[in-house]
Design a protein around this ligand. Sequence first.
Ligand SMILES: Nc1ncnc2c1ncn2[C@@H]1O[C@H](COP(=O)(O)OP(=O)(O)O)[C@@H](O)[C@H]1O
Ligand SMILES: Cc1cn([C@H]2C[C@H](O)[C@@H](COP(=O)(O)O)O2)c(=O)[nH]c1=O
Ligand SMILES: [Zn+2]
Length: 208
Amino acid sequence: MHAITRTGWIEVITGSMFSGKTEELLRRLRRSEIAGQSVAVYKPAVDDRYGETTIGSHNGRQWEATVIDNEGDGPREILDTAPDAEVVAIDEANFFSPALVDVCDTLANRGVRVIVSGLDQTFRGEPFEPVPELMATAEYVDKLRAICSQCGEPATRNQRLIEGEPAHVDDPTILVGAEESYEARCRACHVLRTGESGRHEPRPGDDD
Ligand SMILES: Nc1ncnc2c1ncn2[C@@H]1O[C@H](COP(=O)(O)OP(=O)(O)O)[C@@H](O)[C@H]1O
Ligand SMILES: Cc1cn([C@H]2C[C@H](O)[C@@H](COP(=O)(O)O)O2)c(=O)[nH]c1=O
Ligand SMILES: [Zn+2]
Protein backbone atom coordinates (compact mmCIF):
# COMPACT_ATOMS: atom_id res chain seq x y z
CA MET A 1 0.00 0.00 0.00
CA HIS A 2 1.28 3.52 -0.73
CA ALA A 3 2.57 4.73 2.64
CA ILE A 4 1.02 8.21 2.74
CA THR A 5 -2.29 7.83 0.85
CA ARG A 6 -2.85 4.18 1.89
CA THR A 7 -4.28 3.32 -1.54
CA GLY A 8 -3.28 0.42 -3.73
CA TRP A 9 -2.03 0.80 -7.29
CA ILE A 10 -2.00 -0.76 -10.75
CA GLU A 11 1.11 -2.15 -12.44
CA VAL A 12 0.88 -3.07 -16.15
CA ILE A 13 3.36 -5.46 -17.77
CA THR A 14 2.95 -5.25 -21.53
CA GLY A 15 4.77 -5.80 -24.84
CA SER A 16 4.76 -8.31 -27.67
CA MET A 17 4.33 -12.06 -27.45
CA PHE A 18 7.50 -13.84 -26.17
CA SER A 19 8.75 -10.60 -24.58
CA GLY A 20 8.71 -12.10 -21.06
CA LYS A 21 5.46 -10.63 -19.69
CA THR A 22 4.39 -13.83 -17.93
CA GLU A 23 7.93 -14.52 -16.65
CA GLU A 24 7.96 -11.02 -15.14
CA LEU A 25 4.50 -11.52 -13.63
CA LEU A 26 5.61 -14.82 -12.07
CA ARG A 27 8.79 -13.15 -10.73
CA ARG A 28 6.72 -10.46 -8.98
CA LEU A 29 4.35 -13.10 -7.56
CA ARG A 30 7.24 -15.17 -6.18
CA ARG A 31 8.60 -12.08 -4.44
CA SER A 32 5.15 -11.28 -2.96
CA GLU A 33 4.92 -14.82 -1.65
CA ILE A 34 8.37 -14.54 -0.06
CA ALA A 35 7.15 -11.32 1.61
CA GLY A 36 4.25 -13.31 3.10
CA GLN A 37 1.56 -11.44 1.19
CA SER A 38 -1.75 -13.03 0.20
CA VAL A 39 -1.94 -13.39 -3.58
CA ALA A 40 -4.86 -14.11 -5.96
CA VAL A 41 -4.19 -14.86 -9.62
CA TYR A 42 -6.71 -14.79 -12.48
CA LYS A 43 -6.71 -15.80 -16.14
CA PRO A 44 -9.36 -15.60 -18.87
CA ALA A 45 -11.43 -18.63 -19.79
CA VAL A 46 -10.50 -18.17 -23.46
CA ASP A 47 -6.81 -19.03 -22.96
CA ASP A 48 -6.36 -22.73 -22.14
CA ARG A 49 -2.84 -23.17 -23.58
CA TYR A 50 -1.20 -24.15 -20.28
CA GLY A 51 -3.95 -26.19 -18.61
CA GLU A 52 -7.21 -24.91 -17.28
CA THR A 53 -6.12 -23.47 -13.92
CA THR A 54 -2.55 -22.33 -14.43
CA ILE A 55 -0.85 -19.37 -16.02
CA GLY A 56 2.32 -20.37 -17.84
CA SER A 57 5.24 -18.76 -19.61
CA HIS A 58 6.71 -19.85 -22.95
CA ASN A 59 9.67 -21.32 -21.02
CA GLY A 60 7.46 -23.61 -18.92
CA ARG A 61 7.01 -21.85 -15.55
CA GLN A 62 3.50 -22.02 -14.06
CA TRP A 63 1.28 -20.65 -11.25
CA GLU A 64 -2.21 -21.68 -10.11
CA ALA A 65 -4.93 -19.29 -11.28
CA THR A 66 -8.69 -18.88 -11.05
CA VAL A 67 -10.35 -18.96 -14.47
CA ILE A 68 -12.70 -16.03 -15.11
CA ASP A 69 -15.29 -15.45 -17.83
CA ASN A 70 -13.52 -12.79 -19.90
CA GLU A 71 -16.63 -11.45 -21.67
CA GLY A 72 -19.17 -8.77 -20.69
CA ASP A 73 -19.43 -8.35 -16.90
CA GLY A 74 -17.46 -11.60 -16.32
CA PRO A 75 -14.34 -9.79 -14.97
CA ARG A 76 -16.47 -8.35 -12.10
CA GLU A 77 -16.29 -11.81 -10.51
CA ILE A 78 -12.72 -10.87 -9.52
CA LEU A 79 -14.19 -8.31 -7.10
CA ASP A 80 -16.13 -11.03 -5.21
CA THR A 81 -13.48 -13.71 -5.07
CA ALA A 82 -10.54 -11.70 -3.79
CA PRO A 83 -11.79 -9.91 -0.65
CA ASP A 84 -8.65 -10.50 1.43
CA ALA A 85 -5.95 -10.56 -1.24
CA GLU A 86 -3.18 -7.99 -0.86
CA VAL A 87 -1.94 -8.69 -4.39
CA VAL A 88 -4.23 -9.47 -7.35
CA ALA A 89 -2.59 -10.58 -10.62
CA ILE A 90 -4.38 -10.88 -13.95
CA ASP A 91 -2.68 -12.54 -16.93
CA GLU A 92 -3.66 -12.28 -20.63
CA ALA A 93 -5.55 -9.03 -20.01
CA ASN A 94 -5.95 -8.52 -23.77
CA PHE A 95 -8.68 -11.20 -23.77
CA PHE A 96 -10.86 -9.40 -21.20
CA SER A 97 -13.80 -7.07 -21.87
CA PRO A 98 -13.50 -3.33 -21.04
CA ALA A 99 -15.07 -4.14 -17.62
CA LEU A 100 -11.56 -5.14 -16.49
CA VAL A 101 -10.51 -1.46 -16.32
CA ASP A 102 -13.12 -0.62 -13.68
CA VAL A 103 -12.37 -3.84 -11.78
CA CYS A 104 -8.67 -2.93 -11.53
CA ASP A 105 -9.51 0.64 -10.45
CA THR A 106 -11.92 -0.60 -7.75
CA LEU A 107 -9.32 -3.04 -6.39
CA ALA A 108 -6.59 -0.39 -6.33
CA ASN A 109 -8.93 2.04 -4.54
CA ARG A 110 -9.53 -0.69 -1.94
CA GLY A 111 -5.79 -0.83 -1.21
CA VAL A 112 -4.86 -3.80 -3.41
CA ARG A 113 -1.65 -4.02 -5.47
CA VAL A 114 -2.98 -4.98 -8.92
CA ILE A 115 -0.55 -6.50 -11.44
CA VAL A 116 -1.90 -6.86 -14.98
CA SER A 117 -0.07 -8.54 -17.86
CA GLY A 118 -1.18 -8.48 -21.50
CA LEU A 119 -0.52 -7.57 -25.12
CA ASP A 120 -0.66 -3.90 -26.10
CA GLN A 121 -1.03 -4.64 -29.85
CA THR A 122 -3.06 -7.00 -32.02
CA PHE A 123 -1.47 -8.94 -34.89
CA ARG A 124 -2.36 -5.87 -37.03
CA GLY A 125 -0.20 -3.60 -34.84
CA GLU A 126 -3.26 -1.79 -33.51
CA PRO A 127 -4.03 -1.08 -29.80
CA PHE A 128 -5.40 -4.24 -28.14
CA GLU A 129 -8.03 -3.02 -25.67
CA PRO A 130 -8.41 -3.04 -22.73
CA VAL A 131 -4.60 -3.03 -22.19
CA PRO A 132 -3.95 0.50 -23.61
CA GLU A 133 -6.68 1.91 -21.35
CA LEU A 134 -5.15 0.10 -18.37
CA MET A 135 -1.75 1.57 -19.31
CA ALA A 136 -3.32 5.03 -19.15
CA THR A 137 -4.89 4.45 -15.73
CA ALA A 138 -1.97 2.53 -14.16
CA GLU A 139 0.63 3.97 -11.78
CA TYR A 140 3.41 1.81 -13.27
CA VAL A 141 3.87 0.51 -16.84
CA ASP A 142 6.64 -1.75 -18.11
CA LYS A 143 6.76 -2.40 -21.86
CA LEU A 144 8.96 -5.39 -22.69
CA ARG A 145 10.43 -6.35 -26.06
CA ALA A 146 11.14 -9.80 -27.50
CA ILE A 147 13.78 -10.58 -30.15
CA CYS A 148 12.68 -10.24 -33.80
CA SER A 149 12.59 -13.71 -35.35
CA GLN A 150 13.80 -12.26 -38.69
CA CYS A 151 16.56 -9.75 -37.94
CA GLY A 152 17.38 -10.01 -34.22
CA GLU A 153 16.38 -6.40 -33.41
CA PRO A 154 14.09 -5.69 -30.42
CA ALA A 155 10.56 -6.85 -31.34
CA THR A 156 7.39 -4.91 -30.46
CA ARG A 157 5.01 -6.56 -32.95
CA ASN A 158 3.14 -9.85 -33.20
CA GLN A 159 3.44 -11.59 -36.56
CA ARG A 160 0.51 -13.98 -37.06
CA LEU A 161 1.24 -16.79 -39.52
CA ILE A 162 -1.43 -19.04 -41.00
CA GLU A 163 0.10 -22.12 -42.60
CA GLY A 164 3.39 -20.22 -42.71
CA GLU A 165 1.93 -17.16 -44.50
CA PRO A 166 1.32 -13.70 -43.01
CA ALA A 167 -2.27 -13.30 -41.77
CA HIS A 168 -4.73 -11.10 -43.65
CA VAL A 169 -5.65 -7.70 -42.19
CA ASP A 170 -9.34 -8.76 -42.09
CA ASP A 171 -8.72 -11.97 -40.11
CA PRO A 172 -10.41 -12.22 -36.68
CA THR A 173 -8.62 -10.46 -33.83
CA ILE A 174 -8.79 -13.40 -31.42
CA LEU A 175 -6.76 -16.51 -32.24
CA VAL A 176 -5.33 -18.33 -29.20
CA GLY A 177 -1.89 -19.76 -29.96
CA ALA A 178 1.86 -19.66 -29.51
CA GLU A 179 4.87 -20.59 -31.72
CA GLU A 180 2.68 -22.46 -34.24
CA SER A 181 0.76 -19.26 -35.14
CA TYR A 182 2.86 -16.29 -33.99
CA GLU A 183 6.38 -14.84 -34.13
CA ALA A 184 7.81 -11.78 -32.41
CA ARG A 185 8.93 -9.23 -35.01
CA CYS A 186 10.18 -5.66 -35.22
CA ARG A 187 8.34 -2.89 -37.09
CA ALA A 188 10.42 -3.42 -40.25
CA CYS A 189 9.87 -7.19 -40.44
CA HIS A 190 6.15 -7.20 -39.52
CA VAL A 191 3.95 -8.12 -42.54
CA LEU A 192 0.18 -8.03 -43.11
CA ARG A 193 -1.63 -9.30 -46.18
CA THR A 194 -4.18 -6.88 -47.62
CA GLY A 195 -6.53 -6.83 -50.62
CA GLU A 196 -9.39 -8.99 -51.82
CA SER A 197 -8.02 -12.50 -51.62
CA GLY A 198 -7.46 -14.67 -48.65
CA ARG A 199 -9.45 -13.74 -45.54
CA HIS A 200 -9.15 -16.78 -43.28
CA GLU A 201 -12.42 -18.29 -42.04
CA PRO A 202 -13.08 -17.77 -38.32
CA ARG A 203 -12.29 -20.83 -36.21
CA PRO A 204 -14.14 -22.14 -33.14
CA GLY A 205 -13.35 -19.77 -30.27
CA ASP A 206 -12.89 -16.71 -32.50
CA ASP A 207 -15.02 -13.94 -31.06
CA ASP A 208 -15.28 -11.41 -33.86
N1 LIG B 1 11.59 -14.23 -30.16
C1 LIG B 1 11.79 -14.39 -28.83
N2 LIG B 1 12.30 -13.38 -28.09
C2 LIG B 1 12.51 -13.52 -26.76
N3 LIG B 1 12.19 -14.66 -26.05
C3 LIG B 1 11.66 -15.68 -26.73
C4 LIG B 1 11.44 -15.61 -28.14
N4 LIG B 1 10.88 -16.79 -28.54
C5 LIG B 1 10.76 -17.56 -27.43
N5 LIG B 1 11.22 -16.90 -26.34
C6 LIG B 1 11.15 -17.44 -24.96
O1 LIG B 1 10.00 -16.90 -24.36
C7 LIG B 1 10.29 -16.55 -23.01
C8 LIG B 1 9.28 -15.50 -22.54
O2 LIG B 1 8.04 -16.17 -22.36
P1 LIG B 1 6.78 -15.46 -21.68
O3 LIG B 1 7.15 -14.87 -20.35
O4 LIG B 1 5.68 -16.49 -21.69
O5 LIG B 1 6.46 -14.29 -22.71
P2 LIG B 1 5.08 -13.52 -22.97
O6 LIG B 1 4.20 -13.73 -21.75
O7 LIG B 1 5.49 -12.09 -23.14
O8 LIG B 1 4.51 -14.11 -24.22
C9 LIG B 1 11.75 -16.09 -23.09
O9 LIG B 1 12.41 -16.13 -21.84
C10 LIG B 1 12.35 -17.09 -24.06
O10 LIG B 1 12.71 -18.26 -23.38
C1 LIG C 1 -1.29 -10.80 -31.39
C2 LIG C 1 -2.52 -11.56 -30.99
C3 LIG C 1 -2.42 -12.57 -30.05
N1 LIG C 1 -3.53 -13.26 -29.69
C4 LIG C 1 -3.42 -14.31 -28.67
C5 LIG C 1 -2.36 -15.34 -28.90
C6 LIG C 1 -2.03 -15.82 -27.49
O1 LIG C 1 -3.01 -16.81 -27.15
C7 LIG C 1 -2.24 -14.58 -26.64
C8 LIG C 1 -0.96 -13.87 -26.25
O2 LIG C 1 -0.19 -14.66 -25.38
P1 LIG C 1 1.23 -14.22 -24.77
O3 LIG C 1 1.20 -14.80 -23.37
O4 LIG C 1 1.33 -12.74 -24.78
O5 LIG C 1 2.29 -14.87 -25.58
O6 LIG C 1 -3.05 -13.70 -27.44
C9 LIG C 1 -4.75 -12.98 -30.25
O7 LIG C 1 -5.78 -13.60 -29.92
N2 LIG C 1 -4.84 -12.00 -31.20
C10 LIG C 1 -3.77 -11.27 -31.57
O8 LIG C 1 -3.93 -10.36 -32.44
ZN1 LIG D 1 13.13 -7.47 -37.60
